[in-house]
Design a protein around this ligand. Structure first.
Ligand code: SF4
Ligand code: SF4
Length: 341
């Protein structure tokens, strides 16, 4: 595995150099004070990048936009003619991704392009996207619990390059060929790690492997209670606090449900949807199998920790903690799972 050093004082130049040939997305503070990924040179300047936190908003919209026109259509000589949307075929780099969000991209890959049916819109973006992540030196936020879901603050899954913050520099580890090619374009800015920098990086990996500093967790034993708690009254009790706002799903890096509508202007549009919304499961017949808030809340937990695990072998949660940090009702996924009975 190739290793380099990128001095922090050279990061702005490196980002701008990458931005010359790619659409580069970096985490910056938005007008509401939340850290989210914005495009360099268009919505953000390299000097404004915030690499010292887990961004409030995950990078999922770069690959799976919140609103996406799939195609337009018009009537020509009495027949419907479909006009495909111009694909966004720019090479993209998401820079400064946290390992939980990189794993979430791997999870989304499985959903959109890993099975029998391939989502061509997601595929087109994903094939042109590289992920440069920064390992966390312990939990990036008090709400994090990635080790409980099979992740780690220094996990490489989903990343093409992994950076480690070793003080005045980033220790740079190549993870994939895609990452190697990107680093070739930065070779003039890269140096060789010193023994002290190797040691500091090893310490970050050691802490990550030991899951040091995490105050939240979900145990396999708690999750196994889902096997027998489907009809529990607990779901009625806990759902009383839920506002059905859907924030937990919109801010979740792995939630991927969407709706498709034809809109004025003869556009077929895909938009994010949420299993927490009352009409999410509304059938055309007007029958709705999940009319109660408790059913919808329960579904989210079952989908994350049981259905997904049963069907794909992995949880649909990477332990980023955003649904805990951003739920207006203070619902904590780790607490709900540990208290279910
Ligand atoms: S963010 Fe909280 S209040 Fe909103 S739908 Fe999710 S659990 Fe309910
Ligand atoms: S369910 Fe919550 S903790 Fe898990 S990945 Fe989604 S937002 Fe993060």
């Amino acid at each position: 595995m190739s290793k380099y050093i990128l001095k922090k004082e050279k990061v702005v130049d490196a980002l701008n150099a990458l931005g010359n040939a790619n659409a580069v997305y970096i985490p910056v503070k938005n007008k509401r004070g939340l850290v989210e990924y914005k495009e360099l040179g268009r919505d953000a300047a390299a000097a404004d990048a915030k690499f010292d936190c887990r961004p409030d908003v995950p990078p999922k919209a770069i690959l799976f936009p919140q609103t996406q026109v799939l195609f337009t259509f018009k009537k020509v000589d009495g027949k419907i003619e479909v006009v495909p949307t111009e694909p966004d075929d720019r090479e993209k780099i998401i820079f400064g991704v946290r390992p939980c969000d990189a794993i979430a991209i791997a999870v989304m890959d499985k959903v959109f392009i890993g099975g029998k049916f391939v989502d061509t819109y997601y595929k087109a973006r994903r094939e042109r996207t590289a992920v440069i992540s920064i390992a966390c030196d312990g939990p990036a936020d008090s709400t994090c619990f990635c080790p409980s879901t099979g992740g780690s603050p220094a996990a490489t899954e989903g990343s093409d390059v992994l950076l480690y913050d070793v003080g005045d520099s980033y220790y740079v580890e190549v993870v994939s060929d895609k990452g190697r090619k990107i680093l070739e374009s930065l070779s003039a800015s890269l140096e060789t790690p010193s023994p002290e920098q190797e040691k500091r990086k090893d310490e970050i990996v050691r802490k990550a492997e030991a899951a040091e500093g995490f105050t939240r967790s979900i145990t396999a034993e708690s999750i196994s209670k889902l096997d027998s708690s489907f009809d529990s009254k607990y779901w009625d009790d806990v759902s009383r606090r839920c506002l059905s706002c859907g924030a937990c799903t919109y801010y979740c890096p792995t939630c991927h449900c969407f709706d498709i509508n034809d809109e004025p202007g003869r556009k077929r549009v895909r938009t994010w949807d949420s299993c927490q919304f009352s009409n999410f499961t509304m059938h055309t017949s007007s029958h709705n199998p999940r009319t109660a808030k408790a059913q919808r809340l329960r579904n989210r937990y079952y989908h994350k920790f049981k259905y997904s695990k049963d069907n794909t072998g992995r949880y649909l949660c990477v332990g980023c903690g955003r649904c805990i940090a951003l739920c207006p009702a203070g619902l904590d996924i780790t607490k709900v799972i540990s208290e279910v009975k």
